[in-house]
Design a protein around this ligand. Structure first.
Ligand code: NAD
Ligand code: FES
Length: 293
């Protein structure tokens, strides 16, 4: 049973859950993800791993309650159990396979945007534990939506915070802060960006300007997570790639973000339709058309 060992709120609508999943915790590496189902007939939700502890047998996930399925997941409490917790899936981050002496000569910049900050953490922690210099930018709309700041401060060489409204740290988008750091003389060998697709698109455009290699983690829609259904397809370097088995991390300068965002938008309207039907049902209407339960 994938029991929820701990549940806590990180910001409005954003929940951290520590799940008992020893096999996944033992095999997990930075960059990988899991597919979870909250209930027997629930949808499969792909989530990039936000932490793992092999000794404790736990895996941490961070979820924003934005649709029907994520709201059902976030409604569960500590002591409840998830019906499925499949993983670790996808390829680990490329740096995991680099020789340690080479890694220690490199300087990384990680950029986490909003909820995407959570999956940045295990990567920075893994590098920090091996003596690699890592700077981190965390971006959020406003101070109250910042997550993982204390955890990140403990593992980052330098932590920079940006809020859109200036309520904490730099006032502006993560891309503006990135430009400012580079203008002030900061030099990096690689940037890793995880967050909303639009942020990753504009980070990739900014880093291209600075000739800075950039890796992004794509949160494409997924169904089976095994490379069979094609739901997670994206175009990278002009070729079709399946995020679930060939990603989730890709060269940010090669990703067709506009297509990826169009595909996300296509499914968002389906999710909105389901949410509307759920709301009707909650209001006492019994029409079941279009719902699987
Ligand atoms: P958000 O909209 O609050 O954005 C976070 C930060 O990203 C902003 O503060 C800003 O600095 C930057 N940003 C946003 N738009 C930008 C732009 N046009 N140019 C430059 N920078 C920009 O983030 P949110 O509401 O937490 O976003 C949630 C999204 O993150 C969801 O779509 C979710 O699917 C995605 N997500 C992705 C992953 C992943 O693995 N890639 C993981 C978790 C969540
Ligand atoms: Fe089906 Fe990737 S989720 S092929």
């Amino acid at each position: 049973m994938f029991t929820i060992l701990e549940k806590r709120s990180l910001a409005e609508g954003i929940w951290l859950m520590k799940i008992n999943a020893p096999r996944v915790a033992h095999a997990a590496l930075p960059g990988q993800f899991v597919i979870v189902r909250a209930t027997e007939r629930g949808e499969r939700i792909p989530l990039t791993i936000a932490d793992f502890d092999a000794a404790e047998g736990s895996v941490t996930i961070v979820t924003q309650a934005i649709g029907v399925s994520t709201r059902k997941l976030c409604a569960l409490e500590a002591g409840d159990a998830l019906v499925d917790f499949a993983g670790p899936l996808g390829r680990p981050s490329e740096f995991v396979s680099l020789p340690l002496d080479e890694l220690r000569r490199r300087r990384y910049l990680f950029i986490g945007g909003g909820v995407g900050t959570a999956p940045v953490y295990p990567q920075v922690k893994w590098l920090h534990d091996r003596g690699v210099e890592v700077d981190v930018i965390i971006g959020a709309k406003t101070r109250d939506m910042l997550i993982y700041t204390d955890e990140m401060r403990a593992v980052a060489s330098h932590l920079h915070i940006a809020t859109d409204d200036g309520s904490e740290g730099f006032k502006g988008l993560v891309t503006a802060l990135l430009d400012e750091l580079v203008a002030r003389g900061a030099r990096y060998d690689e940037c890793v960006a995880i967050g909303p697709m639009v942020m990753m698109k504009f980070v990739a455009l900014a880093t291209r300007k600075h000739a800075l290699k950039t890796t992004v983690s794509l949160n494409a829609l997924m169904v089976d997570g095994t490379g069979m259904c094609g739901a997670c397809r994206v175009t990278v370097g002009g070729k079709t790639r399946f995020t679930c088995v060939e990603g989730p991390e890709f060269d940010g300068h090669e990703v067709d973000f506009d297509e990826a965002m169009r595909r996300q938008g296509m499914y968002r309207s389906e999710e909105q339709r389901r949410a509307a039907i759920e709301a009707e049902r909650a209001a006492g209407h019994v029409c079941r058309i279009g719902l699987d339960k």
